[in-house]
Ligand binder design. Sequence first.
Ligand code: TZP
Ligand code: MG
Length: 211
Amino acid sequence: MISRLHYISQETDGKSHVQNIEEACKAGVDWVQLRIKNKTDDEILEIATLAKEVCKKYKAKLIINDHVHIAKKVKANGVHLGLTDMHPKEAREILGDRPIIGATANTWEDVERLAMEQIDYIGLGPFRETDTKSNLSPVLGLKGISAILNQMIIHDIFMPIIAIGGIQTEDVFDLQLSGCHGVAIASLINYADNKKETVNDIKYCLPDAEF
Ligand code: TZP
Ligand code: MG
C-alpha cells in the first residue's frame, strides 16, 4: 500500500536529516523519503543507515531519493527517481521485484511513458513554486494536475499519483478531491512549529488516515 502522506527529509537550521526524520516519525508519518543533495556517496550511505534504524523503530517505510545502490545496501523499502535519474527499468533490475519504485513526472507525456514501467507510484509536480528544489520544472497548479488526472482516466491508466511541490495544508483536500492518491511534503513539516499538529492537519484531509 502506498501511503497518502510522503514525508521528504531536509536539513534545517541546526537539525540533521536523521533528527528531522525522527521528529516526523514521532509526529505520525509512516513514509519517509530521504532526499540528500550535495553530499558524497559515503556521507549519504552513513545517513541512510541511521535513517533506516529510525524508520525501523517507528515502523515507517524508507524510500531513498536518487541513489539506487545505497537503497539496496541499506535494505531500504524503495527508491524515488527523478526525470534525470537512473531509468526505472535499470533500478528494477538492480533492486528486484519487491522494492518500491517511484518516479517523477511533470507532464502528461511523462505519466504516459512512466505508466508503461514496472513502478509503484508517480510523484507529479511541482504543484506550485517552492524553494526546496532547484531547477524546478514548470509549475502545474491544481488545473494542471487535474488535467493530467483526467487524461489518465480517459486512457485507462491506473497509477497512484502523489502531488508534490510547495503543498500547504489547505491544498491537500483539493488535491485528493481531484484524484491524487496523496501528497509529498518537505518544508511544511520540516519547518512546522508543531509537527504533530501539522501532520494531523494534513492527514485529516486525506482518506482513511490513521491518527
Ligand atoms: N520535487 C518537486 S517539488 C519538490 C521536489 C523534491 C520539493 C518539495 O518540497 P516542499 O518543501 O514540500 O515544496
Ligand atoms: Mg533525483
